[in-house]
Design a protein around this ligand. Structure first.
Ligand code: PRX
Length: 651
């Protein structure tokens, strides 16, 4: 969370940005009454959005709320893949571009809606031929290639539950997720490109599969091009199958199954405050309704837009705003495989120019990196077609917001700073680009139909405290996979019947909401959620480590980076080699995103009298405020002195 001083400075932000009149005139939503009408009849309001989708059978009741369990559009029958594909093809829009994909080396593929429909249907038949039935879990561990979207849509077509695992996760992380979900099938690729190197997904998958007893079959996509030529993969007879062989053998006709609105659509694992990631469960009708509605309203999506969200499909942003929201809207979607600085730092802007991107959605960490790389990169390209810019994943600092506005948006594009989470499924707090006067750094107001508040510990309204979502919403998580108790404890135990997202927030005198960051032991590193406990468990797993404590350390580009304090077993010396080994160990256990930037050996972890680790002190040390030379922590006397000095503060 930001320091109080920093926050006061933020709240004094007096720059205001009105949507340009020309934008307002053409906006999908430009009538302020929407907020009031949604608030006075939220069920009627959400029903109107839901009615823009195609249902096989209408719902009988909009909402049943038995806290903490909600059901939306009860009795309604619908299929997500049908809404993203078939209905557009049936409406005569089959020739319209659905997906514009570009690989990191510059190879490209595009799919019309009719083509994507055929591919998805074929792959759905492949899933069936491998014995996958409605309700079975399928893990998807793919790079950013079209087959990632195809596999997701194919699952939803037959009612299989997908669990997408980000390609940067390690074999151990993949195995944990396979096992928790009891996945029957894994879909992976020989590899993907990242910064000019091959990410060896099949090799990682092979290692994971040694500890994934439920997985019976593996489908392997040949990424193609030089990568497939260079990458030798081992195919295990009877278990592993090439994607291209399987799809060649099946028909391209596979009618979408009728799903109950509350059937599970997918599981997505996310970090929490224990060492074990949570399987966040989303269902069908409500999820699609809110993903669809927010894509249309928040990005002002129109037929001639070219829409690009730079997230990875391994995260919720990729699920809701690369695949389901945009395709349900019949959008033309850009998808890019690689890094923003390969082959050079102008890569994103080159893609924006090449495909005429009009809506661009990225993360503050990327914006801060672009800022540092310099204006010359975006200035080389024609970005004049851009008309809406979005940001998500962490609080955006006003300086980065202003740079985005001026250099990328040419001062004409509204910026939508969208707050939401894996658990919320879709955008919750955001400006509407044709209505909201924005201020740099604030996500402004709840989306119409969403009710948020700031509460203190006891549940009273306050101006600075915890963010709370006070009414159920269609795309809310329905469960933590296989763990009802954790679902209740994590989200519903702070206040009765009110959702606790785990973020701190403030409201300013104009009623704007400022999200301040996590208040639990979850870090936000470059927009990725990482639980301190996960990293601590990975460290303690190393033979040399007795105890560890992990805290966030302010980082110019990533927002936060990971600092680890480690106590070694007696007789083991804290050498530089061991430092490197520990960092590599965490990376191998979890994935490179969790690699600590700083590792400090300490004789003991400073603790309060009641035995709580003094995390504030550790943060001060990591950020250079508490002591000069961190190596002195190896001396038990130094730790004792620090402990005594800071005891009162930490309580
Ligand atoms: O702390 C908030 C931060 O990201 C968390 C959710 O992370 P995740 O589930 O991985 O989903 C990220 C993409 C939706 C939140 O609890 N966060 C997300 N968006 C914002 C944000 N913090 C401030 N402003 C945002 N716009």
């Amino acid at each position: 969370m930001s320091d109080a001083g920093e926050l006061d400075a933020l709240l004094q932000e007096d720059r205001r940005f009105r949507p340009p009149a020309t934008f307002v005139d053409q906006a999908n939503i430009n009538d302020r009454d929407i907020y009031e009408s949604a608030a006075s009849d939220p069920e009627g309001y959400w029903s109107k959005w839901a009615a823009e989708l195609d249902w096989f059978e209408p719902w009988q009741r909009v909402l049943k709320w038995s806290p903490p369990h909600a059901e939306w559009f009860i009795g309604g029958r619908i299929n997500v893949s049908y809404n993203c594909l078939d209905r557009h093809v049936e409406a005569g829009r089959g020739d319209r571009t659905a997906l514009i994909w570009e690989g990191e080396p510059g190879d490209a593929r595009t799919f019309t809606y009719a083509e994507l429909h055929r591919e998805v249907s074929r792959f759905a038949n492949v899933l069936r031929s491998l014995g996958i039935k409605k309700g079975d879990r399928v893990t998807i561990y793919l790079p950013m290639i079209p087959e990632a979207a195809i596999a997701m849509l194919a699952c939803t077509r037959i009612g299989a539950i997908h669990s997408v695992v980000f390609g940067g996760f390690s074999p151990d992380s993949l195995a944990d997720r396979n096992n928790d979900a009891e996945s029957k099938l894994l879909i992976t690729a020989d590899g993907g490109w990242r910064r000019g190197s091959v990410v060896p997904l099949k090799a990682n998958a092979d290692a994971a599969l040694e500890q994934s007893p439920t997985v019976q079959n593996v489908v392997v996509v040949a990424r193609g091009g030089d990568l497939t030529e260079q990458t030798a993969v081992t195919m295990k007879m009877g278990r592993d199958h090439w994607y291209h062989d399987l799809v060649a053998e099946v028909s391209s006709s596979c009618p979408a199954v009728s799903m109950d609105s509350e059937d599970t659509l997918f599981i997505l694992y996310t970090s929490g405050t224990t060492g074990k990631p949570k399987g966040v469960v989303h269902t069908t009708g409500g999820y699609l309704t809110q993903a669809y509605a927010t894509t249309k309203a928040v990005f002002d999506l129109k037929d001639d837009d070219v829409y690009w969200c730079t997230a990875d499909v391994g995260w919720i942003t990729g699920h809701s705003y690369i695949v389901y929201g945009p395709l349900a809207n019949c959008a033309q979607v850009v998808m890019y495989e690689g890094a923003p600085d390969t082959p050079d730092r102008g890569r994103f802007w080159q893609l924006c120019e090449k495909y005429g991107v009009t809506i661009f959605y990225t993360a503050p960490t990327a914006i801060r990196a672009f800022m540092r790389w310099g204006d010359e990169w975006p200035k080389k390209y024609d970005l004049s077609r851009l008309r809406v810019l979005g940001t998500v994943g962490e609080p955006i600092n006003p300086e980065a917001w202003m740079w985005y506005h001026e250099v990328i948006g040419g001062e004409r594009c509204p910026i939508v700073d969208t707050w939401w989470q894996t658990e919320t499924g879709a955008i919750m707090i955001t400006p509407l680009p044709g209505l909201t006067e924005t201020k740099p750094g604030t996500a402004t107001h709840p989306f119409p139909g969403i009710e948020a508040a700031i509460r203190d510990e006891s549940g009273e309204d306050t101006t600075a405290g915890y963010l709370a979502i006070t009414k159920p919403w269609p795309s809310m998580l329905r469960a933590v996979w296989g763990d009802e108790q954790r679902f209740r404890e994590t989200y519903w135990s702070k206040w009765p019947n009110v959702y606790f997202p785990g973020d701190g927030a403030k409201v300013d005198e104009d009623g704007y909401l400022w999200i301040l960051g996590r208040v639990d032991d979850v870090l936000n590193v470059a927009g990725h959620r990482i639980g301190t406990m996960e990293v601590e468990s990975a460290l303690v797993d190393h033979r040399a480590v007795v105890e560890s404590a992990v805290v966030g350390k302010a980082h110019e580009i990533k927002g936060e980076s990971i600092a680890a304090f480690v106590t070694l077993k007696e007789g083991i010396d804290g050498s530089d080699e061991l430092l490197t080994e520990l960092r590599t160990h965490v990376s191998a256990k979890i994935g490179a995103i969790a690699k600590p930037e700083l590792v400090v050996f300490t004789a003991e972890l400073p603790k309060t009298r009641s035995g709580k680790i003094m995390r504030r002190l550790l943060r001060d040390i990591a950020e250079g405020r508490a002591i000069g030379d961190t190596t002195t922590l190896a001396d038990p006397e130094v730790v004792k002195r620090l402990q005594a000095m800071h005891e009162d503060e930490e309580g």
